[in-house]
Design a protein around this ligand. Structure first.
Ligand code: ATP
Length: 400
C-alpha cells in the first residue's frame, strides 16, 4: 500500500521491559480501514471497522487479534469530554498518548524494520522507571490518566515523576475527577482491580486524594487486608481446581470493598455505577454471607444437598467471596466438598430413561431428576445403575 506501519504503545513498552503482552496495537500512516480489509483478505481473517474512531480490528483465523488505528491526533472540546479525532502523522498520534513510556513505536516496514521511534524520551523513562506525562495539560484533558498513572506505577514498581505528580494533585484539587462520567471511572477502576496485586494502587489512590471521587462512602483502611490479599490466591485455586477461566476478579474486590456498607449504600453504588445484572446479583449475595457462615459453623454435620439449597445459582464470585469469610475448618471443608461435587456431578438419567420406565411425562420428571441430583450430591448414589435403581424404588414407594 506504500504506507508506513508501526507497532505502538503497551506492546513496545512491555517488549523493552521483557514482560509478556499479547495485545498488538498497530498504527498506520494512511488508511487503517483499507489495511485491515487487505490483511483480512490475504490471511483469511475478519475485519471489523469502527469508522467514528478511525480504528479497525482484524481477527485472524486462529483467533489472534490485531488492533489497527489510523495515525491521528485527538483534541478535546472541553475538559473531561470524549475526544474528537483527526487524521495525522505518527508523531502527533504518539503525542496524544498518556505517558512517555507508552509513546514508543517500532517500524514494521521492510526497509526500516525494527527501528524504534522515540520522540518523547520513553526509553530513558522506562530505564529510569518513571511515569511522566507529555504536556502539562494532560490530566486536565483526561483525568482518567491519573488512575492510569497509578496503575502503571504500581504494576511495574515505577514512580510518578515529581512534576507529573504535582499536575495530578492540581487536577484533583480542581475537582476534575468529579467531571468524569462514572462509566469511565469504573472502566479504570476495573483495570486496576484486574491487576495481579491492586492493593498498592488502592492505597495510592487514597494517598493522592483520588479515592474520594470513586467511593467516598468506603473507608479503605477498614477493609480486611488479609481478605484482600487472600482473594486472588483463593480465586487462582478455584480456577485451577475446577478448570474455570472466567472469574471476574475485579468484582470480587468490589464485593470486598463494599462489604462494610449497608444494603441501601450498596444499592446507591450499584445505581451510580450502573453495575450490570450479574454484578448486582453477586453484590446481593454478599448480604446473605454472614447468616450462611454462622449456619455452616453451627451445623458441621450439614449435608451437601442442604448446602446446595442455600447456594444454588450463586455466582462464582459469590462463592469465592463466601469462602473468604468461612473461618471454621469443618465448615470450610464442607463447603469445598459441596463445590467439588457440584462441579463434577452430573445426573446421567434422562427423560428418555424415565419414559422407558413407564413414567408419564410431566412435572414429576423435574422432581425425580432433582431428587437424583440431591442424592448424588450427598454421595448416596454414584453410577447410572444406582440412579435407575433409585428411581425404581422411588416409584414403588410412591405407588407410581
Ligand atoms: P495494558 O498493558 O494495561 O493493556 P496498554 O498501555 O496497552 O496497557 P491500553 O489501555 O490498552 O493500555 O491502551 C493502549 C495505548 O493507548 C496505551 O499504551 C496508551 O498509549 C494509549 N491510551 C490509552 N488510554 C489513554 C488515555 N486515557 N489517554 C492517552 N492515551 C491513552
Amino acid at each position: 500500500m506504500g504506507v508506513s506501519l508501526y507497532c505502538v504503545g503497551g506492546f513496545v513498552r512491555d517488549l523493552i521491559l521483557g514482560v509478556d503482552n499479547f495485545d498488538i496495537d498497530l498504527v498506520v500512516e494512511g488508511d487503517g480501514e483499507q489495511l485491515a480489509n487487505l490483511l483480512a483478505e490475504k490471511y483469511g481473517g475478519k475485519a471489523r471497522i469502527h469508522e467514528r474512531f478511525g480504528t479497525a480490528m482484524v481477527v485472524l483465523p486462529d483467533g489472534f487479534k490485531l488492533d489497527i488505528a489510523t495515525a491521528r491526533t485527538e483534541y478535546y472540546e472541553f475538559p473531561a469530554a470524549l475526544p474528537t479525532v483527526e487524521k495525522s502523522s505518527i508523531r502527533e498520534d504518539l503525542y496524544r498518548r498518556d505517558f512517555t513510556i507508552n509513546t514508543l513505536a517500532i517500524c514494521l516496514n521492510k526497509d526500516r524494520f525494527g527501528d524504534i521511534l522515540d520522540h518523547f524520551g520513553g526509553q530513558k523513562d522506562i530505564e529510569e522507571k518513571i511515569i511522566r506525562i507529555l504536556y502539562n495539560f494532560s490530566f486536565v484533558e483526561d483525568p482518567t490518566r491519573i488512575m492510569r498513572a497509578i496503575r502503571f506505577e504500581t504494576r511495574y514498581g515505577f514512580t510518578i515523576e515529581p512534576d507529573t505528580l504535582r499536575f495530578a494533585k492540581d487536577a484533583i484539587n480542581r475537582r476534575l475527577l468529579g467531571q468524569l462520567s462514572y462509566k469511565r471511572i469504573l472502566q479504570e477502576l476495573t483495570l486496576i482491580l484486574n491487576e495481579d496485586d491492586p492493593i498498592p494502587a488502592l492505597q495510592r489512590m487514597v494517598e493522592i486524594g483520588v479515592w474520594q471521587y470513586i467511593l467516598p462512602e468506603v473507608n479503605l483502611a477498614e477493609i480486611s487486608l488479609t481478605k484482600l490479599k487472600r482473594a486472588p490466591v483463593l480465586t487462582a485455586w478455584y480456577k485451577e481446581r475446577y478448570l474455570i477461566v472466567d472469574v471476574k476478579m475485579w468484582l470480587i474486590y468490589i464485593m470486598l470493598i463494599l462489604s462494610k456498607l449497608d444494603k441501601e449504600s450498596v444499592d446507591n453504588v450499584i445505581e451510580r455505577y450502573h453495575f450490570d445484572k450479574y454484578a448486582q446479583k453477586a453484590l446481593e449475595e454478599t448480604f446473605l454471607v454472614p447468616d450462611i457462615v454462622a449456619l455452616l459453623k453451627n451445623n458441621i454435620n450439614i449435608s451437601t444437598s442442604e448446602i446446595d439449597k442455600m447456594l444454588t445459582n450463586w455466582t462464582r464470585e459469590g462463592l469465592i467471596y463466601l469462602l473468604l469469610f468461612v473461618t471454621n475448618e469443618d465448615a470450610y471443608n464442607n463447603l469445598v466438598t459441596y463445590l467439588d461435587r457440584k462441579e463434577k456431578i452430573e445426573v446421567k438419567t434422562t427423560g428418555y430413561d424415565l419414559k422407558a420406565l413407564g413414567i408419564k411425562p410431566g412435572p414429576i420428571y423435574r422432581e425425580i431428576l432433582d431428587l437424583l441430583y440431591q442424592y448424588k450430591l450427598d454421595g448416596k448414589i454414584n453410577t447410572i445403575a444406582d440412579e435407575i435403581d433409585f428411581v425404581k424404588n422411588w416409584l414403588k414407594e410412591n405407588n407410581q
